[in-house]
Design a protein around this ligand. Structure first.
Ligand SMILES: [Zn+2]
Length: 499
């Protein structure tokens, strides 16, 4: 099967049902079967295992963790003994599962067959298996395909759950904007366009919104989710159909954009074409900047810089005694031939320990800068408050002046003179206010000491030597923009530029 070749890393999900009176042996037997199945194919795997009475996902902690990781594209697929181990719940559960798998292009693998939610025939089969639909399978496929296309042509929503911040209103069968999320979507777009990094946006939205998968865990939003939302054409008002008709998983990834069918939807447009083009361009540039970042396969990719020449360093992967290892490398050459003198280091536990220590031990100078920045910020904010009060005072005086004039208490000349004085004063204050606002905007770029402290705590709690490369890169990125590397003799020095 074509799909099987693209599989390298899977999750194994095991659930023993309390209700069915299954014995412990069953679980052991299932585990052996699935682990062997993965081993025979040289797949790497993580196991998720729980004993649960078959109901709702909300009550199944491991299932929630699994779905979150699947949505986060951590696996090529999830290996289960039977599809119905995933759910016997209702529509809501199946919807949640479907979304996590579909969005991340992850497969459901059973020893008998591989299912791909983005393949329409498989989709029907999965609905059939998970919801126990009685309708004849082939008929549903045909009807659904026809119905979907016809619906899309009419601008009807046909694509399952719409992206953040939209929701599907079952009553009116239309897509609407969730008013609690609208603001966050717009700020996300504006932040990204104004040059805020994806890491920063991820952190900001994680602090304000649960993940769009609706699963309540302490896990954060992922970069990929945000990238996907930012790049989506749905927010331009389109319904996109025919992205993934293709059976082969690898082909589907490169399915040409030009061939997608776009129909004008009836839902509200949330970004204009100009914004969309700028987003797409920026995302493409990001990818050029971090070509390996997306796959997340190389450690510290895009983070390490050479202190001697300032260039981003690369990683060389090699195998020693059967173990995958990496070493740092500066590939810079001056005038075509002279190599940069930077020396390599093998990334081992000591190296990571050094990174950890350096990151959590903040440079006192940097702390001082943050403190000064925060107190400046507070000062400007209080000045701003005073200035707004002054404006209100002048406004009241001006109103009074109009009353006096209307009641003939003052002459026209006096009125105009006094009015001009007030208005000049107000214009001067307005000017000051915009100056102060600009300063506040500048100062707001740096985090406060408290925020940095929180980030460090998060970093410490999540750090471990057993982290996978991708997880570790992400964790470092939550704090760090750059790590400057230098090696003299056997001494390695690291300097952190925080973001
Ligand atoms: Zn160098």
């Amino acid at each position: 099967m074509d799909d099987e070749k693209s599989i390298k890393h899977v999750a194994i999900y095991l659930r023993k049902s309390r209700d069915d009176g299954e014995t412990d042996d069953v679980l052991v037997k299932h585990r052996d079967t699935l682990v062997n199945y993965a081993k025979e194919r040289n797949w790497t795997y993580n196991i998720y295992e729980e004993v649960a009475s078959g109901e709702s996902i909300l009550k199944r902690q491991e299932m929630r963790r699994l779905l979150n990781d699947v949505a986060d594209s951590q696996y090529d697929g999830v290996l289960v003994i039977d599809v119905d181990r995933l759910s016997r719940g209702g529509n809501a559960d199946v919807g949640l599962i479907e979304e996590s798998f579909r969005e991340s292009n992850s497969l459901i693998i059973t020893p008998g067959r591989i299912y791909d939610w983005n393949d329409e025939a498989d989709e029907m089969m999965l609905n059939f298996l998970l919801l126990g639909s009685r309708m004849e399978y082939r008929q549903i496929v045909k009807r659904l395909k026809r119905g979907k296309l016809a619906g899309a042509e009419k601008g009807m929503w046909v694509n399952g759950k719409p992206p953040f911040p939209y929701y599907y209103d079952r009553l009116t069968k239309t897509v609407k904007v969730d008013e609690n999320k609208r603001y966050f979507y717009r700020v996300m777009v504006e932040k990204f366009l104004s040059g805020v990094t994806l890491a920063e946006i991820t952190r900001w939205i994680s602090a304000n919104m649960p993940t769009p998968y609706g699963i309540k865990t302490d896990r954060n939003w992922s970069f990929m989710t945000i990238e996907r939302i930012l790049a989506s054409e749905v927010h331009l008002g389109y319904i996109v159909y025919g992205k993934s008709n293709c059976k082969d998983r690898n082909n589907r990834k490169h399915f040409p954009r030009e061939e997608w069918k776009r129909y004008n939807g009836t839902h509200e447009v949330l970004k204009n074409q100009e914004e969309h083009d700028a987003i797409v361009e920026k995302l493409a540039k990001n990818k050029l900047k971090h070509p390996k970042n997306k796959a997340g396969m190389l450690p510290l990719s895009g983070l390490l810089y050479c202190q001697q020449c300032g260039r981003r360093m690369s990683m060389a992967a090699f195998v020693e005694n059967g173990i995958q290892k990496y070493k740092t490398r500066c590939e810079n050459r001056f005038e075509k031939s002279i190599k940069c003198g930077q020396r390599s280091t093998i990334l081992g536990n000591e190296f990571y320990d050094a990174i950890y220590e350096t990151i959590i031990r903040l440079d006192p100078k940097y702390l001082l800068e943050l403190q000064e920045n925060s107190s400046d910020l507070e000062y400007y904010k209080s000045v701003l408050g005073t200035k707004h009060k002054e404006v209100r005072k002048h406004q009241q005086a001006l109103n009074k002046l109009y009353e006096l004039y209307e009641e003939n208490e003052i002459t026209k000349t006096a009125f105009h003179e006094r009015k001009a004085v007030r208005e000049n004063q107000m214009a001067a204050i307005d000017h000051e206010i915009s100056d102060i606002e600009e300063k506040i905007a500048q100062k707001s770029d740096l985090p406060t000491v408290e925020v940095i402290q929180e980030r460090i705590n998060y970093f410490r709690e999540n750090w471990g030597l057993d982290l996978e490369i991708k997880e570790r890169n992400r964790l470092i990125e939550t704090m760090v923009e750059k790590i400057m590397y230098n090696r003299v003799g056997n001494t390695i020095s690291l300097q952190i530029k925080y973001n």
